[in-house]
Write a protein that binds this ligand. Structure first.
Ligand SMILES: Cc1cc2nc3c(=O)[nH]c(=O)nc-3n(C[C@H](O)[C@H](O)[C@H](O)COP(=O)(O)OP(=O)(O)OC[C@H]3O[C@@H](n4cnc5c(N)ncnc54)[C@H](O)[C@@H]3O)c2cc1C
Length: 289
């Protein structure tokens, strides 16, 4: 059933400051809308509960990519198309570019924002596994100031985040620290294009002398929120990727991942399928090393 537009309001204050003041004046009342590729689907199907929308799509303050020596800062309003087209992001953060290229269609990517993908807080969203593996941090902003938190502290549960009423995601910062790492990502869905993932895994491994010196794994749909797979990471650090030890390494990684996985069970897949596919993905990554 379609929503009745007369029951909704949409305002578009000209500046970020004006948006934040409006949100601060009536905390929790106004819902930000960026590309609208999540919210308008909910509107169209009559599921949109929030009645007062405040547009942030036109705000140039949220739409930037700033490259510094040790980090890349991406404004929350940056679109997937802009991320895919950026040369430094492509060279430093290939997992982010790959996941952006999986999100919907090209038309969708022209509107959809990185901030919307994160704040929508779906456990199946495409960019969180890569951002978790990269150890991203998020800067949140409200009318009184900004705070920066590690991304792995942002998702609190199913569709629950650390955002406070009146607060927006301002930017995503990713360290430029992975030049020597093997970077790997894979999404499993019902088909190759235009599919929400059943499960996805992003991995970064630094190999030194045949041993894994650092392991970073981010996953989608392995819990009620996007998660870092810290038990599997801990089980793999220090292990060998050389042929004579690989079977034991794979066994240890699979067992640790199975132990920590708490997959969602929904219309797209069962928890059991997700768990065993995630183990297969980890094995595929480890064998590729
Ligand atoms: C056809 C289609 C295919 C899709 N395929 C995929 C897919 O393959 N993978 C995938 O991950 N997603 C997919 N999506 C979902 C969607 O496109 C993405 O999640 C997108 O990144 C959402 O961004 P947006 O700017 O459009 O968000 P919006 O719809 O504008 O907002 C989404 C949520 O985030 C909040 N929000 C947005 N920006 C901010 C901010 N700066 N601060 C605080 N809150 C904010 C909004 O209030 C809302 O709750 C698809 C959608 C469609 C319609």
């Amino acid at each position: 059933m379609h929503s009745d537009p007369a029951q909704f309001s949409l305002t578009a204050p000209a500046t970020l400051e004006a948006v934040l003041s409006q949100m601060a004046a009536e905390p929790g009342l106004h819902t930000p809308i960026a590309g609208g590729t999540e919210l308008m689907v909910a509107f169209n199907t009559g599921r949109l509960q929030q009645r007062s929308l405040v547009s942030i799509q036109h705000l140039s303050e949220l739409r930037f990519i700033q490259v510094e020596e040790d980090a890349i800062h991406i404004g929350a309003g940056t679109t997937f198309t802009e991320i895919r087209g950026h040369a430094v992001i492509a060279s430093d953060l290939p997992l982010l570019v790959q996941s952006a290229s999986w999100t919907g269609t090209v038309a969708n990517q022209n509107r959809a924002t990185l901030g919307g993908n994160i704040c929508n807080a779906s456990p199946a969203a495409d960019t969180p596994p890569a951002l978790l593996a990269y150890g991203a941090s998020l800067t949140l902003i409200n009318a009184s100031g900004r705070r920066t938190i590690p991304y792995d502290a942002f998702h609190l549960g199913y569709k629950r985040t650390a955002l406070l009423p009146g607060e927006l995601l301002y930017s995503v910062s990713v360290p430029r620290a992975f030049a020597g790492y093997r970077q790997w990502i894979r999404k499993v869905g019902t088909r190759n294009a235009l599919a929400i993932s059943k499960v996805a895994l992003a991995g970064l491994v630094k190999v030194e002398g045949g041993l894994m010196a650092d392991v970073r794994l981010g996953a989608a749909s392995l819990a009620d929120r996007p998660v870092r797979c810290s038990a599997a990471e801990a089980a793999l650090v220090g292990r060998s990727v050389l042929p004579e030890a690989l079977e034991e390494t794979v066994r240890a990684g699979r067992a640790a991942l199975a132990g920590e996985a708490r997959p969602i069970d929904d219309i797209r897949s069962t928890a059991r399928y997700r768990s065993s596919v995630a183990e297969n993905l980890l094995e595929e990554f480890l064998r590729s090393l």
